[in-house]
Design a protein around this ligand. Structure first.
Ligand code: NI
Length: 219
């Protein structure tokens, strides 16, 4: 399941992060790539600093507070986030993300867009599945969540600058199929609650959702 989540960061939060960018130092993004991905990765990433910690802390807080992210990803662990920057001519060629990053199994990848799409050309995240490619370029503050198992790339930026935060989730529910079932059940449950409150149907659905999660949640 690929999922776009609107406004994980509101306009004010995006503005605050953008205002912090000039105070950050950027280095070669290839440093955080695996051996083969390094050959096709040509972008920048923010170097560790207290100012970066503040930015990434704010993003982590927003992710933790976002119910849709929680229900779709069922996060158990998350990698350290990366603030990436693509300037004109920069790109990240086709690659698959490493399966393990600092002890975290990467089940889901995400990109949180920080630049308004009309301020840069190119720079779409292109995700391949077995029969098609999907190009994703979202408004600032929106996030795309997708399976880490996919081949994907970032198209060359041909003008302007593309800023994004990327990260990876180890889910309580390793199977993408099972995560999708739980996500659909969660949505249905909420619709039933809205329509008829805590009815008998709601209670049974809630029991099913909870017990499936109990069955499927695993280290
Ligand atoms: Ni990647």
């Amino acid at each position: 399941m690929m999922l776009a989540i609107d406004q994980v960061l509101g306009p004010d939060e995006v503005s605050a992060i953008r205002a912090a960018i000039p105070g950050l130092t950027f280095g070669d993004g290839a440093a955080s790539a695996g051996k083969f991905a390094r050959e096709v990765k040509a972008n920048d990433q923010a170097a560790p600093s207290p100012a970066l910690d503040a930015v990434l802390g704010q993003v982590t807080q927003a992710l933790t507070a976002n119910p849709i992210f929680g229900f779709a990803a069922r996060p158990r662990l998350m990698t350290r986030l990366i603030l990436s920057r693509y300037r004109t001519g920069q790109t990240y060629g086709l690659h698959v993300d490493d399966a393990l990053m600092n002890g975290v199994r990467t089940d889901l990848s995400f990109t949180l867009f920080l630049s308004d799409p009309d301020t840069y050309e190119g720079g779409a995240l292109v995700i391949e599945d077995t029969f098609e490619q999907r190009a994703v370029k979202l408004p600032a503050g929106d996030l795309i969540l997708y399976p880490s198992t996919t081949l994907h790339r970032v198209e060359p930026v041909t003008s302007g600058e593309r800023l994004a935060v990327v990260g990876w989730v180890q889910s309580w529910v390793r199977s993408a199929d099972q995560r999708e079932i739980l996500f659909d059940l969660e949505r249905s449950l909420r619709q039933v609650h809205e329509a008829e409150g805590k009815s008998a149907l709601f209670d049974t659905l809630a029991k099913t959702r909870t017990n499936l999660l109990r069955l499927w949640a695993a280290d």
